[in-house]
Design a protein around this ligand. Structure first.
Ligand SMILES: Nc1ncnc2c1ncn2[C@@H]1O[C@H](COP(=O)(O)OP(=O)(O)OP(=O)(O)O)[C@@H](O)[C@H]1O
Length: 362
């Protein structure tokens, strides 16, 4: 498949501060990518550099194989064929929906009206052309902003926190809808968000950023099941890291007992590691004889998230269906059910590669 975007060693500094540090990634045409990370990690700066609003201090940006920023070129934003949707949507309040969408199209273009109608149909708002932005709901306004950005047929659509101004219900629903719209039209898109649920619902590939660096650029499934660094493991999904010692291939001793299965072959015996334990890896049994204790319980609708305290002081998380509720203080037996082990060496040495993790079903 054709390459839509490539970043090579992209570095952007504001004075002494490195906002984007040596970021490299590639996106294929027609796919959706996402930069995910906490506030200040550099994701907006990376997006703005792709759009042409910031200049790289090192590295290159290539769009459809053409260098648009780097040692060989500095193409201005309007000539990059990039569509941008901003956090606040930035619709023109005094223009109708049709005129908002047509804004980026050449005046007098024969297909102008036709293109607006096409885009309104694409975003599920047929017939909304004569209305004004303030007549529309937040979700509808967002679709108009997307239609406007798509009007000039950009090579890539960049979206900066596109759901942050919407209410909670829309934030659940819109990422999936938007993914459907972009996929139907074969659009390449890159969004930035700090919200993992949005990233996972929207994107084929997600890049987790921290301190300007890209920690891992991978499928959502692999980020969860094969996190490359402790930061990715902590940022994506819930879980704890339990100290352990590698005993032999296939066994790690922890406070939970011997965890078995798929210890990476490059993890030497005796090595001190942290084992990633997700809430879905822990089954709890409230038998009254157990040595673990419920320390906290959080209702999450379909399930409760329990924090469990082991006798040695380590804590675990566990998810259990919400039709049974175990009170704080209940003694429970904890049964680990890990089908592969993700290990991070405690000495900070290179991570042990995760083998035999389940394959990404997609
Ligand atoms: N124009 C600027 N001048 C100086 N420093 C800046 C500028 N823009 C961003 N920064 C700094 O660069 C770092 C990265 O900012 P950036 O906005 O890219 O992060 P972000 O991950 O998008 O955060 P947020 O989610 O809060 O927008 C931050 O430390 C920020 O304070």
């Amino acid at each position: 498949m054709a390459e839509a975007l490539r970043l090579e060693g992209l570095t952007v500094r504001y004075g002494d501060h490195t906002a984007v540090a040596d970021v490299s990634l590639e996106m294929e045409a027609g796919t959706i990518g996402c930069l995910l990370g906490p506030s200040g990690c550099g994701k907006t700066t990376a997006l703005r550099t792709i759009a042409g609003f910031e200049r790289p201090d090192a590295g290159r940006v290539l769009l459809q194989g053409r260098e648009v920023a780097g040692p060989a070129a500095s193409i201005p934003p309007e000539h990059r064929r990039v569509g941008m949707v901003f956090q606040d949507l930035a619709l023109f309040p005094h223009l109708s929906v049709a005129d908002n969408i047509a804004f980026g199209l050449p005046r007098g273009a024969a297909r102008r009206r036709e293109r607006v109608d096409e885009l309104l149909a694409l975003v599920g708002l047929p017939g909304a052309g004569p209305r004004y932005p303030h007549h529309l709901s937040g979700g509808q306004q967002q679709r108009v902003a997307i239609a406007r950005a798509l009007a000039p047929e950009p090579a890539i659509l960049l979206l900066d926190e596109p759901f942050s101004s919407l209410d909670v219900a829309l934030r659940e629903q819109l990422p999936r809808e938007l993914r459907g719209i972009l996929q139907a039209a074969g659009i390449t898109a890159l969004l930035v968000t700090h919200d993992q649920t949005e990233a996972f619902a929207m994107a084929d590939r997600v890049g987790v950023m921290s301190g300007g660096a890209l920690c891992q650029w991978d499928t959502p499934y692999n980020l969860y099941h094969r996190p490359a660094t402790p930061f990715v493991a902590d940022f994506v999904g819930l879980g704890v890291r339990l100290p352990g010692t590698v005993l032999a291939h296939g066994k790690v001793e922890t406070e939970l007992g011997l965890l078995e299965g798929a210890v990476p072959s490059d993890c030497p015996m005796g090595r001190q590691v942290d084992v990633l334990v997700r809430p879905d890896d822990i089954i709890l049994d409230p038998d009254g004889q157990g040595t673990a204790q419920v320390e906290e319980r959080v209702f999450r609708g379909a399930d409760y998230l329990y924090t469990l305290r082991l006798p040695g002081g380590s804590r675990l998380l566990s998810l259990a269906p919400s039709h049974n509720a175990y009170a704080v203080g209940t003694r429970v037996t904890v049964r680990p059910d890990l089908d592969h082990l993700v290990l991070f060496p405690r000495d900070g040495g290179p991570a042990c590669a995760v083998e035999e993790a389940p394959e990404d079903p997609d």
